[in-house]
Design a protein around this ligand. Structure first.
Ligand SMILES: NC(=O)c1ccc[n+]([C@@H]2O[C@H](COP(=O)([O-])OP(=O)(O)OC[C@H]3O[C@@H](n4cnc5c(N)ncnc54)[C@H](O)[C@@H]3O)[C@@H](O)[C@H]2O)c1
Length: 370
């Protein structure tokens, strides 16, 4: 792992190790050497020579080993993803990188090109795509159970940034407020992009054009903390996306609702193991994770009997499981049962989405094509 000593790093680690398909053998967990060593010790990196001072040394030294790492997880602020991923791709090491993929669209496109040229796997951790019930939605959509898709509504309100600003100014909040580290967008890139990723995972569709309006509170921040997006998908399908970092009282309340000509679905992360499914003129069905009646593709993503709550660790675990199964299949010359993790190509679409939203907001909320 590169980065991860703070923030979301421990969730990556738990996700990667959850199904015993990977072990963690080396890292450069922090730009601060003391914190790096503390984390390496806590995470049982027993070989001190594999705790590295910086990612360049790690990529070069690991790349030269006969037993080099199979893949690296990149869990650093957005501005560094590109150079770190490139260094490891050039050593023929597969990648799992957090979102947004890069700082600029061009960087993302270059990473996708290098990964393709070198035939390397590259996952992007759009967390919420890993939930079992999100997979169930995709199966319902693909099997025509919702009919023609007519309208999508997705939202991600939260308040931790505002709370952080008014209480303890955390390191995490601080780099996100700096356009040099975060990019030209805060809310859209940080959490709006999860909505775009969720629509892709549930429908298989990429947006064609977007119209965005940004709001900023506290007013003196350089980047937006609330975003409202009207998006058009292939065939004229309309979606509305709302993400907010100043929605007081809301706690990572990501949700998606899809309405079709034959039925609809509604999923909310606060009850991640439940999916509301309604067929035209029928009572609403409450589907529950891990039950026999789910499609096998969704059922295989649960590790516990139904009724035991699963959460964000399992969602990460499912992305890593899918990625590791693909990688192991590649190494053993077999076919994986399923690999449905978000890829570098999805990450590039995410970057196009952010760029188009920034452009739309800056140009009096005009439609911008992706
Ligand atoms: N998928 C999700 O749900 C999710 C959630 C939170 C964050 N993220 C993403 O994860 C990334 C990290 O965010 P965070 O909130 O964990 O940030 P953070 O600031 O809490 O942690 C970043 C860590 O990276 C380390 N670091 C920074 N530069 C480094 C370098 N060059 N080499 C080694 N270590 C370095 C820091 O020391 C720190 O430990 C961001 O891209 C963010 O968008 C994703």
């Amino acid at each position: 792992m590169v980065g991860g000593a703070a923030g979301i790093g421990h969730v990556h680690r738990r996700g990667a190790l959850m199904d015993d398909l990977a072990t963690m053998v080396c890292g450069c967990f922090s730009s601060n050497w003391d914190r790096n060593l503390v984390r390496a010790n806590e995470w049982h990196i027993t070989d001190e020579s594999r705790v590295y001072k910086d990612y360049k040394e790690m990529a070069e030294k690991e790349g030269a080993r006969a037993d080099k790492i199979d893949f690296v997880c990149i869990v650093t602020p957005n501005d560094s993803h590109y150079e770190i991923a490139k260094a490891f791709l050039e050593q023929d090491i597969h990648i799992v990188c957090d979102k947004p993929l890069t700082y600029t669209l061009e960087q993302g496109e270059e990473l996708a090109r290098i990964a393709k040229e070198r035939n390397l796997l590259f996952a992007v951790t759009y967390t919420y795509t890993g939930y079992a019930m999100i997979r169930q939605i995709r199966e319902l959509v693909d099997r025509g159970e919702l009919g023609e898709l007519l309208y999508i509504n997705a939202e991600y309100p939260q308040d931790w940034l505002l709370v952080g600003l008014f209480s303890d100014k955390s390191e995490q909040a601080m780099w996100r407020l700096d356009p040099a580290k975060s990019g030209p967008s805060l809310c859209t890139a940080d959490i709006g992009t999860h909505l775009e990723g969720l629509i892709k995972m549930t429908t298989g569709l990429d947006p064609v054009r977007v119209l965005a309006k940004f709001d900023t509170y506290p007013r003196d921040l350089p980047l937006e903390t609330n975003t409202t997006i009207l998006a058009e998908y292939p065939g004229g399908l309309t979606a509305t996306l709302w993400a907010s970092q100043f929605a007081i009282g809301r706690e990572c309340d990501i949700a998606i609702r899809i309405y079709g000509s034959k039925g609809s679905v509604e999923w909310e992360q606060q009850s991640a193991g439940v999916l509301k499914f309604t067929k035209l003129n029928q009572p609403t069905q409450i589907l529950s994770a891990a039950r026999e009646y789910l499609y096998p593709e969704a059922r295989r993503l649960s590790r516990l009997p139904s009724g035991h709550p699963e959460g964000v660790f399992e969602a990460f675990g499912n992305i890593y499981r899918s990625f590791c199964e693909h990688l192991i299949a590649r190494k053993t010359g077999t076919t994986p049962e399923s690999f449905t993790y978000p890829t570098v190509e999805d990450g590039v679409v995410g970057m196009k989405f952010i760029k188009a939203c920034v452009e739309s907001n800056a140009n009096n909320n005009q439609w911008v094509a992706l």
